[in-house]
Design a protein around this ligand. Structure first.
Ligand code: UFG
Length: 329
């Protein structure tokens, strides 16, 4: 049996996907540079290669040693703010290196790939919930770095027969239900981990970035999907490529949105801690509302989210943060 190569398998979404793939009996091999990933997030039994997707020799070794037949490609930089100050880094790490990596895969005869894209490709959406065919107009280099790869895949398919699925993630959140793996970014910028760090007393308070948005309580609304449901979407995408569905783009979210204050209030309730809140100004580049239209992924890939209610998202994340106050260290 061939293996699934997971790049970025030591990262947040990658490590949860590795776990789900193994539960389903797949052979998995991980390639991760550990620039942002954590070695401890990958079980010891999983073959692990420490290195770069742009290292053609290493990619050849891994593909040949493990009979790689498909790839789930998570490895990327993913900080929107950093992409604004270092756009060249994002176009190099996310776009140029992925282009080279996929070109090497094709030469090695690997033609199936599931790619991590992002809701950031939409920019400021015109219609909410956002359908996949909406105009794409990223307002940061991170979104553009991913959109360019989506667009390139259509041409690689025509020329070389690449079969691909690009998953446009909305807000990934939550952790494995046993609290053993979870979210750790350095620096952390995401709402739910920051709220829980404030609950643990590791931060003084949670700042609410903007209370004057055009929403019911004035704070931004996002579509939070549990990382286990998001991981499941990758497995379904791989299975669908095996069953010869057409390549394409899918939103991955729940179709439901929650405001920043709803998230904070749910965290207060579930932790039993009166988390200090500070109202702050808007963070630049935040759209009022981002909610996915999800009928395409439900119908074509059969995704049914199981863990993406706000309570399960926050309680699983809380378990991870409480058990691992210093993350993986
Ligand atoms: N927020 C706060 N306080 C904080 C952190 C965040 O109020 O301390 C707010 C943000 O302003 C935003 C919401 O909480 O309204 C969610 O913010 P996150 O940073 O958790 O997530 P984003 O929606 O900004 O980012 C997500 C993904 C990105 C992706 C982006 C697409 O994490 O990778 O959606 O727009 F690029």
């Amino acid at each position: 049996m061939g293996s699934i190569l997971v790049t970025g398998g030591a990262g947040y979404i990658g490590s949860h996907t590795v776990r789900i793939l193994r539960e389903k009996g797949a052979q998995v091999v991980v390639l991760d540079s550990l620039v942002t990933g954590h070695r401890k997030a990958v079980p010891k039994e999983v073959p692990f290669y420490h290195g770069d997707i742009a290292d053609a020799g290493l990619v050849k070794t891994v593909v040949e040693a493990h009979w790689v037949e498909a790839v789930i490609h998570f490895a990327a930089r993913s900080l929107v703010g950093e992409s604004m100050t270092k756009p060249d880094l994002y176009f190099y790490e996310n776009t140029a290196k992925t282009n080279l990596f996929v070109s090497n895969l094709l030469q090695l005869g690997v033609k199936k790939i599931v790619f991590s894209s992002t809701a950031a490709v939409y920019g400021l959406p015109e219609i909410v919930p956002i359908p996949e065919e909406s105009l794409t107009n990223p307002i940061n280099p991170y979104g553009l770095s991913k959109l360019m790869i989506e667009a390139s895949f259509q041409w690689l398919e025509k020329a070389y027969g690449l079969k691909w699925v690009a998953l446009r993630y909305f807000n990934a959140a939550g952790a494995a239900l046993d609290g053993s793996i979870g979210e750790e970014h350095l620096p952390e910028t995401h709402l739910i981990p920051l709220v829980l760090k404030a609950a643990l007393g590791q931060r003084d308070a949670i700042q609410v970035f903007g209370t004057d948005y055009n929403t019911m309580d004035g704070t931004c609304i996002r579509d939070y999907i549990h990382v286990l449901d998001l991981a499941e979407a990758h497995v379904l995408a791989l299975e669908a490529l095996d069953q010869k569905i057409d390549s394409g783009i899918f939103n991955v979210g729940t179709g439901q949105g929650f405001s920043v204050l709803q998230v904070i209030n749910t965290a207060k309730k579930l932790t039993g801690i009166d988390i200090p809140v500070i109202e702050a100004g808007r963070r630049s580049g935040d759209p009022d509302v981002l909610i996915a239209k999800v009928n395409k992924i439900e119908k074509t890939l059969g995704l049914r989210t199981r863990y993406s209610d706000l309570e399960t998202i926050i309680s699983s994340a809380w378990k991870w943060h409480k058990n691992n106050p210093n993350g993986y260290d």
